[in-house]
Design a protein. Structure first.
Length: 504
């Protein structure tokens, strides 16, 4: 190989940390001064115009969320203030990796983004149909998505890129199994669960903080395509899920989901057996049972797809009083990245677009920029403080302070000591979640996809990925190796001899 080249910023400055974001302690929040994180994510957000870089193919509808159970001991959020309370909302479903014109039955995670129009402002809960994700640090997000897009040489999708990345990042294994199972090809958007995915926080009227995960359980029942059925539907009707959603609502068959939450106290989090803010892991429902909260119903189609579905903009940064963030590093990165992406794609005033506009009150000193359509504040002052208007901060909305574990800021290895168990939960998924037919389909889907790996590194990539399957579960590894025609006894010793391979 030629002489190694230094990794540099766009301005040519060499840097050392390309995979771990700077944080206050191994599990603490990220620092604004990590310029490389900003540069990577800001550049990534601007790679496509005008469609979304990810989640480009989407469907959506308006609806209502109704509280059915009292959780006010955990949160003071007004949306949950009393049983029977109704809140208007908008939900956008999407596929992640394909372009706007791609098929919506592709094997892909499904976006599950909700905008609740509450009297304390718009709350955006931006998740997927899976409770986990492929990476745990936002610096890795752009690199991951590149592998799901098109090869820069062939301009075709590449199984080699996909499995090369996954085999070099064992943290992805849990989500890979979800994706390659039949859960990766849901029958319709109506027949799948939704998750906030990240750990968020609740704050109650005593200023007590609880960690929370959000689960939306479909009331239509889970239904998936097999791989062959999904491939066939791509040719028959690439807009199958879009057509199904619009038709169902037009016919009055309003899809519904039950919102449930998992609650963890701050004390439980401190002593929990793994990092509870790790997006590649789930919380056991045996340890943290689901608590029912309410029901969501989609009952109104958008009258114009572009106006509402295409221009809808969601951001995990948009939380309301009683709901807040956590030290989840992927969440922290999305807080910065999502509004930045919308300002680029739709303009600085994207929240004035009707589907994004808060229907209650908006008072601030933001002015000008492209497509300002709300009067631009008229002749009122455009600075704060001033002696002329009566807009004032409200101390009642102040959040409790956060106690940090350390004063040391550094680039911590995201897979360091205590953070590097990538195999226990994927093994549980294989043994305890999938039935026998699910397992057969998973093995078939994985082997079928991996057979498309090509090039001089084919054997190395396959063997490296097989190591991860074996570490999660011997039976799963043997089944996939057999389906690929690989002799594990010949392949594995060679792979294991490369110390540290695949553990990054």
């Amino acid at each position: 190989m030629s002489e190694p080249k230094k990794l540099t910023s766009a301005s040519g400055i060499p840097y050392a940390e390309n995979e771990n974001s700077m944080s206050v302690g191994a599990r603490g929040p990220l620092l604004l001064q990590d310029f490389i994180l900003h540069e990577k994510m800001a550049h990534f957000n601007r790679e496509r115009i005008p469609e979304r870089v990810v989640h480009a193919k989407g469907s959506g509808a308006f609806g209502t969320f109704t509280v059915t159970h009292d959780i006010t001991k955990y949160t003071r959020a007004k949306i949950f203030s009393q049983v029977g309370k109704k809140t208007r909302m908008f939900l956008r479903f999407s596929t992640v990796g394909g372009e706007k014109g791609s098929a919506d039955t592709e094997r892909d995670p499904r976006g599950f983004a909700i905008k609740f129009y509450t009297e304390d402002g718009n709350w955006d809960l931006v998740g997927n149909n899976t409770p986990i994700f492929f990476v745990k640090d936002p610096k890795k997000f752009g690199d991951f998505i590149h592998t799901q897009k098109r090869d820069p040489y062939t301009n075709c999708k590449s199984a080699t890129m996909v499995w090369d990345f996954w085999s070099l990042n064992p943290e992805s294994l849990h989500q890979v199994l979800f994706l390659m199972s039949d859960r990766g090809t849901p029958y319709t958007y109506r027949h799948m669960h939704g998750f906030g995915s990240h750990t968020f926080s609740f704050i109650n009227d005593k200023n007590e903080r609880y960690w929370v995960k959000f689960h939306f359980k479909t009331k239509q029942g889970i239904k998936n395509f097999t791989n062959d059925e999904a491939v066939a539907m791509k040719g028959l009707d690439p807009d199958f899920a879009q057509r199904d959603l619009v038709t169902a609502i037009d016919k009055g068959e309003f899809p519904k989901w039950t919102l449930k939450v998992q609650i963890m106290t701050e004390e439980q989090a401190k002593t929990f057996r793994f990092n509870p803010f790790d997006l590649t892991k789930t919380w056991s429902q045996k340890d943290f049972p689901l608590i029912e909260v309410g029901e969501m119903e989609l009952n109104e189609n958008a009258q114009n797809y572009f106006a509402d579905v295409e221009q809808a903009a969601f951001a995990p940064a948009h939380v309301v009083d009683g709901i807040s963030y956590s030290p989840d590093k992927m969440l922290q990165g999305r807080i910065l990245s999502y509004p930045d992406a919308h300002r680029y794609r739709l303009g600085a005033n994207y929240e004035q677009i009707p589907v994004n506009k808060c229907p209650y009150m908006v008072n601030n000193y933001q002015r000008d920029a492209v497509m300002r359509v709300d009067g631009n504040g008229g002749k009122n002052p455009n600075y704060f403080p001033n002696s002329f208007d009566n807009i004032r901060p409200d101390s009642a909305y102040k959040q409790p302070s956060m106690t940090l574990d350390t004063l040391v800021a550094d680039w911590y290895d995201r897979n360091g000591e205590g953070e590097n168990d990538h195999y226990t939960q994927p093994g549980i998924f294989w043994r305890e979640v999938l039935n026998d037919q699910d397992k057969k389909n998973l093995v078939s889907n994985i082997s079928g996809h991996m057979k498309n790996i090509d090039g001089p590194k084919k054997g190395e990539i396959i063997n490296r990925q097989l190591c991860h399957f074996f570490r999660a579960d011997i039976g799963m590894g043997m089944a996939i190796a057999q389906a690929l025609g690989v002799n594990p006894e010949q392949a594995m010793p060679k792979q294991h001899s490369k110390e540290g391979v695949g553990v990054v």
